[in-house]
Design a protein around this ligand. Structure first.
Ligand code: URA
Length: 437
């Protein structure tokens, strides 16, 4: 087989068989197919798509590129949750310790920032000393000892996704249903939980801009999970505006800690409680989602969720004092408030544009391997539906210097649409698709 031929066939709209997909993924993982050929192939998939047999073949090829941990053979039940990516999405940082504090272990292999969206690994690496590159043996030891292990994409598990993810991040080849489904599900199946909750984002800050696409992605992933014997539910949630107020790595860790203290913003706290309740119910820890909700609230009130996060941070070499006192997290040297250019209600926010502004400050990567600036980001001082007078505080930018703020100022303001009347409130939770299993 040869890569140029497979690229050409996909470019021309042909469906590839499992052997061809397997060969390409293996050759890329081994370094025999270079980045430029894989980038061309990925772009052909973005344009031409893949049918469900190809998507399953791609997922399994990426899964087989490395080892399988099958954590459920060691600890059961054991859960995982994964978001398809959003702006200000720090839900995992709060949900994982909350779920564990409620009695359900969580084994989570997680990603770095992708495009305009942040990644849990980059966020957690704001914490001094925290090791996210865990070898499988250590991952399992932490899971058995603490009920929670959080790891970056390991070189041993789904290494094909590790390489393809980094390449997609900088080649505009992220927003494709088969590529997202295979990326997420190959990682999830490599870890092998018993229960998996997928948070499929839809809206201006998500890779899926329409409910129809989000449903297709949800159904594709739920089916792949169920076929592999993992009880999988894909829940759709709104990403019409950034979640919570903080965007940027250390800022989001601090906001996750606020959620665990019970003083987080209402929208992101509601989503955290909902996802915790869903996972507890899926795994049979509670009889109803309502009970799960109450358990999650209790783990916030009694501090056990926060204590679990601090415990795991310390166990992975991080400075837990930064969780106890978030003012110890990295701080940007320059803070500047951008004000409302006019009076009125915030009718719409282009969350992708806002996410990109944060990336341009250094919170994400514009090129493969770019370093992350953990301190920079944005604090949204107003959200959709809020009414502001002209000149009122709108966004606090955490930057290196004033020039950085100036470089994103106009673009940020362009992300807002104003109206004279209050906009209709949009629902945060948009239903779910179950894969059974
Ligand atoms: N999250 C992933 O892990 N992969 C994607 O492709 C998108 C979001």
């Amino acid at each position: 087989m040869n890569a140029a031929d497979l690229i050409r066939r996909k470019r021309d709209g042909a469906a590839l068989d499992a052997d061809a997909i397997d060969w390409l993924v293996r050759a890329y993982t081994d370094g025999d197919v270079p980045d430029y050929q894989m980038a061309a192939f990925l772009m052909a998939v973005v344009w031409r798509g893949m049918d469900s047999a190809e998507t399953v073949a791609l997922t399994l090829a990426m899964l087989r590129s490395g080892a399988e941990l099958r954590v459920r053979d060691r600890v059961s039940p054991v859960a995982d949750k994964h978001s398809t990516g959003g702006v200000g999405d720090k839900v995992t940082l709060a949900v994982a310790p909350l779920v564990v504090a409620c009695g359900l272990p969580v084994a989570k292999m997680t990603g770095r920032g992708l495009g305009h969206t942040g990644g849990t690994v980059d966020k957690l690496e704001s914490i001094a000393g925290l090791r996210m590159e865990l070898a499988p043996g250590e991952f399992l030891r932490l899971l058995e000892r603490h009920g929670l292990a959080l790891s970056a994409q390991s070189r041993d598990l789904a290494p094909a996704d590790g390489k393809m993810y980094a390449l997609r991040d900088v080649t505009a080849t992220i927003d494709s249903i088969p590529l997202i489904a295979a990326s997420i599900m190959s990682k999830k199946l490599a870890v092998g939980p018993s229960h998996l909750l997928l948070d499929v984002k839809v809206g201006s800050g998500a890779f899926m801009k329409t409910a129809a696409d989000a449903h297709r992605l949800a159904a594709t992933m739920a089916r792949i999970g169920a076929d592999a014997g993992v009880h999988t539910v894909a829940a759709l949630s709104a990403m019409d505006q950034p979640l919570g107020r903080a965007i940027g790595n250390a800022l989001e860790v601090a906001e996750a800690v606020d959620i665990l203290h019970g003083r987080g913003p209402a929208d992101v706290t509601a989503l955290c409680l909902h996802e915790t309740a869903m996972l507890l119910h899926m795994a049979g820890i509670v009889a109803t989602e309502q009970d799960g909700h109450a358990r999650a609230k209790q783990a916030i009130q009694d501090g056990s969720g926060l204590a679990k996060l601090a415990e795991v941070v310390a166990a992975q070499g991080g400075d837990a004092r930064q969780i106890e006192d978030t003012s110890r997290l990295p701080h940007a040297p320059h803070r500047e408030v951008i004000t409302a250019p006019q009076s009125g209600y915030i009718a719409r926010m282009d969350a992708e544009r806002i996410g990109m502004a944060s990336v341009r400050l250094g919170a994400g990567r514009l090129k493969q391997g770019n370093p992350i600036d953990h301190a920079v980001g944005l604090m949204l001082l107003a959200k959709m539906g809020d009414r502001l007078d002209a000149g009122a505080p709108l966004i606090e930018v955490h930057a290196r210097d004033a020039a950085q703020v100036a470089s994103i100022h106009d673009d940020l303001l362009d992300a807002y649409t104003w109206s004279d009347a209050p906009p209709a409130p949009l629902p945060l939770l948009l239903g779910s698709v179950s894969g059974g299993g």
